[in-house]
Design a protein around this ligand. Structure first.
Ligand code: CA
Ligand code: ZN
Length: 301
């Protein structure tokens, strides 16, 4: 029997002091349902932000206490399924997001889910690629609102965090206190207007503590690539952070020379935006898994 949790147990900040909603052992499957990032407050195009209670935005379902996860451990979350249940909602808001200077009229759009697509104003049909915007663990100390990304995870809005991805995070407190939410049925890299197709959803995952000394986190592994995710106050600071993280992984964990790592990052790596609209900007650096294999590195299972 899998463990289940609904958005009735949501939290709005990653904190060492939040009481766990569920306790699980490593290797056990967990099924969560998640609210959309507005906690379902925007149900039609006439629902505007005026009446919105901002204190219940960006809910994450959890926290889940993972037995045996200790501070400093690397926690691997195997995302078996990230499924958007819909409908989705988007908003455009004057002065908000990276396009706010162009927007004079607030607007709410409900996107219908048809099969495995979302439909924008009955005109544009977009293939769903459901992803989790907010996903993370409690930091060792302090309280980080779910709106904010960081080394604990949080609001990274990374389009790689989808079905069949493995996300590696460093545990801050005993039990990790994992949670996730802010699912997008689809979203472009950058999240420029301030949102993706914001949807409620269902998530199935299994947690494991793994032994990978020196792994920079947050770290993502998909079928064909690895990526490090970094957040900072400026794009410059964020890209320098992820370049250092990936270079450190390739030299320190995979065992490449400094110059091999640097040249291969330039030859086959890709620097990409996650989002530029949250309190910190988030970027990632992607590198092909096959090239890590060429250097003999295999991830522990
Ligand atoms: Ca988000
Ligand atoms: Zn979102």
């Amino acid at each position: 029997m899998p463990h289940e949790l609904s958005p009735d147990t949501s939290f709005f900040a990653f904190s060492p002091d939040t009481k766990p909603a569920l306790r699980v052992r490593q290797g056990e499957e967990v099924r969560l349902t998640t609210h959309d990032c507005f906690s379902g407050q925007l149900k039609s195009s006439t629902d505007t932000m005026e009446a919105l209670d901002w204190s219940i935005t960006n809910p994450a379902t959890g926290p889940v206490y993972i037995e045996g996860a200790m501070p400093g451990d690397v926690l691997r979350i195997d995302l078996h399924e990230v499924k958007a249940t819909g409908p989705s909602v988007m908003v455009a808001l004057p002065k908000e997001g990276a396009l706010g200077e162009f927007i004079t009229q607030e607007e709410t759009v409900i996107l219908e889910h048809r099969g495995d697509t979302v439909v924008y104003k009955d005109r544009v049909v977009v293939q769903q690629k459901p992803m989790l915007g907010v996903i993370g663990v409690a930091p060792a100390e302090g309280v980080i609102p779910n709106s904010t990304p960081g080394i604990h995870g949080g609001n990274m809005d990374c389009t790689l965090i989808t079905s069949h991805t493995r996300l590696y995070l460093t545990v801050g407190v005993e039990g990790a206190l994992f949670g996730c939410g802010d699912m997008h049925a689809a979203m472009g890299d950058g999240e420029v207007v301030i949102c993706g197709a914001e949807t409620p959803g269902e998530v199935r995952f299994t947690p494991h503590v793994v032994e990978i000394p020196g792994l920079p986190t947050p770290f993502v592994e998909t079928g064909d690539l690895v990526a490090v995710i970094g957040s900072a106050e400026s794009v410059d600071a964020a890209y320098k952070l992820v370049l250092g993280m990936m270079h450190g992984f390739l030299t320190g964990v995979v065992g490449m020379t400094t110059n091999d790592a640097a040249m291969l990052m330039s030859l086959v790596g890709n620097l990409k935006f996650c989002q530029v609209v949250d309190p910190l900007v988030t970027v990632r650096f992607e590198f092909p898994k096959g090239v890590i294999g060429d250097y003999g590195y295999v991830f522990p299972r």
